[in-house]
Design a protein around this ligand. Sequence first.
Ligand code: HEC
Length: 388
Amino acid sequence: MREIRGDRLERPLALTGLLLLLACRGPADLSAQVVADTTGVQLYDVGCASCHGQDGRGADPDKVAFDIPLPDFSDCSFASREPDADWIAVAHQGGPVRGFDRTMPAFGEAFSETQLQAIIDHIRTFCGDPKWPRGELNFPRPLITEKAFPEDEFVYELGVRTESPGAVGNAFVYERRFGSKSQIEIALPFGFQDLTPRDPLTVPADSAESGWKGGLGDIGVGLKHVLLHSLTSGTILSGTFEIKLPTGTTSNGFGAGTTRLEPFLTFGQVLPGESFLQGQGGFEISTNTEKTSHEAFWRAALGRSWTQGRWGRAWTPMVEILGSSELESGGATHWSLVPQLQVTLNKRQHIIANIGVGLPLDDTEVRRPEILFYVLWEWFDGGFFAGW
Ligand code: HEC
């Protein structure tokens, strides 16, 4: 009992001493690391440990006066995926700023942002395993270019051709992480298209092959693994192997009619001023070149995020450039441009939408512009209706 009281008394005293020292000597005298190490631990103990526990696992539920479950900061799977900026927002403004409970108090008046950063730096030490890539490397998802970061995500994608003959493509994509660096992905495409012949003389417009037809596309199953990641340099590189099965309703023009194998690399790089570059490059290997040829493809997305107000919604305009080339003699090379705008929809920022337009740059007689859209749900961060 005495020990506990002594412990409680000493910490604020040590903290006052340290703050006095900082005030007298000026923070410039101490290296940033010392400030982070010392004040981070001390401030955490004073401000956060009563609820979050000395070890970051959350205080014993019997010892706190609320029944909201506490996060476990030592659980790398949870902690590594949260970028510092989100935790600082929660610590500064309180839980409700990210759709969490108000039991998580606001510390914006008590601590400066530098102090909050030092506290977060200390919280980061609770997950001591550097294998897990950090949330800062989880860049906004472009419409076409695949991400390097492994995700727990559910996405609905939509593409609508803007000119006749009309076509609507949809896909449900499910992604699930396993281990520190891996992810599996399943994509289920389906669509509708207008098969009414443009020249009614060749096929009468009311024939069986005419009109809007629906069908399933080629189901894709992929395995992604992070090959390297560094928070210091702001880089992440992953390799993916995907197999596309011939499940498409070929009679209505869906799917390639043969199995295709897709090995590709994806990378992301932090650029100055909240901007980023993402890239993807690989091959689509056909198992039956009579039906579809081998292809090489490359994609890049450049973007920047803006926060509405100091802590609000994130708006991310991006532009993608897409290229592909059929690997056969006389095979065509195609380019497209995809300007787009991504926005977080709810406070938790785990429900996100993106809208853009796919603009073919060649063969524009056949390749038509498309409106592209997705809504994604990072299901690990809570239910679809949580955190609005
Ligand atoms: C009065 C108890 C209490 C104190 C003190 C407290 N927290 Fe919390 N904190 C909570 C609760 C409860 C939650 C979970 C809220 C929820 O899930 O809705 C939480 C959640 C959080 C989260 C969100 C984690 C996530 O899921 O992304 C962060 C970050 C956080 N706290 C940081 C801090 C920091 C930093 C301090 C000290 C400066 C602190 N907390 C002090 C109760 C507290």
